[in-house]
Design a protein around this ligand. Sequence first.
Ligand SMILES: Nc1ncnc2c1ncn2[C@@H]1O[C@H](COP(=O)(O)OP(=O)(O)OP(=O)(O)O)[C@@H](O)[C@H]1O
Ligand SMILES: [Mg+2]
Length: 250
Amino acid sequence: MTTNPSGTPVPPRPATTGTAVFSARGLTKNYDATRALADLSLDIRAGESVAVMGPSGGGKTTLLHCLAGIITPDAGQVLLQRDGGTTDVARLSDRDRSALRRSTFGFVFQQGLLIPELTALENVAVALMLLGVDRASAEHSAAQWLAALGLAGMEDRRVGQLSGGQAQRVAIARAQVTGASVIFADEPTGALDSGTSAEVMDILLHSTTGTGKTLVVVTHDDDVARRCARTVRLRDGRIVSDSLRAEVAA
Ligand SMILES: Nc1ncnc2c1ncn2[C@@H]1O[C@H](COP(=O)(O)OP(=O)(O)OP(=O)(O)O)[C@@H](O)[C@H]1O
Ligand SMILES: [Mg+2]
């Protein structure tokens, strides 16, 4: 095993093939005295499902936010391959990063990112309307996604009139309605009971894996990680293990 400059062992990277959709190189992010990411490098390939695990405060959310261009690292690069070219997400202007997030990435967070004043249908449609799609077409696509995720008949409910599991399905529909090629999920089932959690994860995994979409999901749940092709564990802002599950990856 090699070591990084601070002497910490770096696990060998799994031997996968295919194009890296993300190549993060030397990511470092500090919050005052806290080092949230410490010279972290990671390749994620197109179509991979990656579970990001590790103790609280280990840097999981910070990594996701750097990959997705929600925050910029203090040092390092986040190279994204798309349309035959390479973009350094960390070097884009705020405006370009925001456009990239809307068009290419979908997000599912633990809770709270649906707009309570809007209906289920409107919450999903708004993702398309932000890309300039007209309301009628956006609502048509939104209704199709809601139906595909088992929410037919619930289009007109407001967020407060949905169960936690239903609200997360709306969030999954919203993340995917734009055709996003990378889905980021940060503890998407963290606020749900175990039965509902399994259902929501089923829906998230079925709607991503095998479709060519890339899924990066932060989870504390071993069952969720077992269903992903790869598990990356972080501690103190570093990768401490990176393993592929042959039966899922095949
Ligand atoms: N906005 C912030 N301001 C100050 N410190 C922060 C901020 N965001 C994260 N941190 C710190 O950076 C470190 C990594 O945080 P991060 O949220 O990435 O951890 P995490 O692995 O997602 O943890 P959890 O499992 O609890 O969600 C922690 O020590 C945290 O306190
Ligand atoms: Mg977190």
